[in-house]
Design a protein around this ligand. Structure first.
Ligand code: ZN
Length: 144
C-alpha cells in the first residue's frame, strides 16, 4: 500500500474459486466471486472478478437501485439475459445494464467463464478521461 494507491494480485483466474462471496441476508454464497472495494479501498466504483464453471448459471434475477453495471467477458461462452431478452456473450463481449434492468447470466460452455463486473452510480461520470487528466511535467524514472 502506498500513499496514493493500493494494489493487489488475485492470482490466476483459474484459482478464483479460492474466493467465496457470502451475503446470508439474501441467501447468496458463491465460490469464484471476489469484490475489490475493500481490498483496494475503492471510492467510486465496485468491481468484481467472477468465475462460472462449465454450465453454471446465476439462478436469480437482480436489479439495482442506483448503480449501472458493466460486464466485461474475458474468456468462455455464455448467455446474458436482460428483461427477458437473451443474447450470447463470449470473450470480448461487454454489456452495460441500467439499474432497473432485470439481469442474469450463465455459462453455456464446457469451459470456465470469466468476467469482470464494474458497478458505478448511474449518471455520476462527469469529466471525460482527457479533460480530467493532468500531465505531470517530469521524466519517467525508468526511461532516464
Ligand atoms: Zn449487480
Amino acid at each position: 500500500m502506498g500513499e496514493n494507491f493500493a494494489s493487489a494480485n488475485l492470482g490466476k483466474f483459474e484459482s478464483l474459486d479460492q474466493f467465496v462471496f457470502e451475503a446470508p441476508e439474501v441467501k447468496i454464497k458463491r465460490e469464484g466471486k471476489v469484490f475489490l472495494k475493500e481490498l483496494l479501498n475503492l471510492t467510486g466504483a465496485e468491481i468484481s472478478f467472477n468465475k462460472l464453471s462449465a454450465h453454471e448459471s446465476i439462478s436469480f434475477y437482480h436489479t439495482h437501485q442506483q448503480n449501472e453495471e458493466i460486464y466485461i467477458f474475458l474468456k468462455g461462452t455464455g448467455e446474458f439475459q436482460i428483461d427477458g431478452k437473451i443474447f450470447p456473450v463470449r470473450e470480448g463481449s461487454i454489456v452495460r445494464v441500467d439499474p432497473a434492468g432485470e439481469r442474469c447470466y450463465r455459462n453455456c460452455g464446457d469451459t470456465d467463464l470469466y468476467l469482470i463486473v464494474i458497478q458505478v452510480k448511474a449518471g455520476s461520470y462527469e469529466g471525460r478521461t482527457i479533460q480530467d487528466g493532468v500531465a505531470v511535467r517530469k521524466r519517467v524514472s525508468w526511461e532516464q
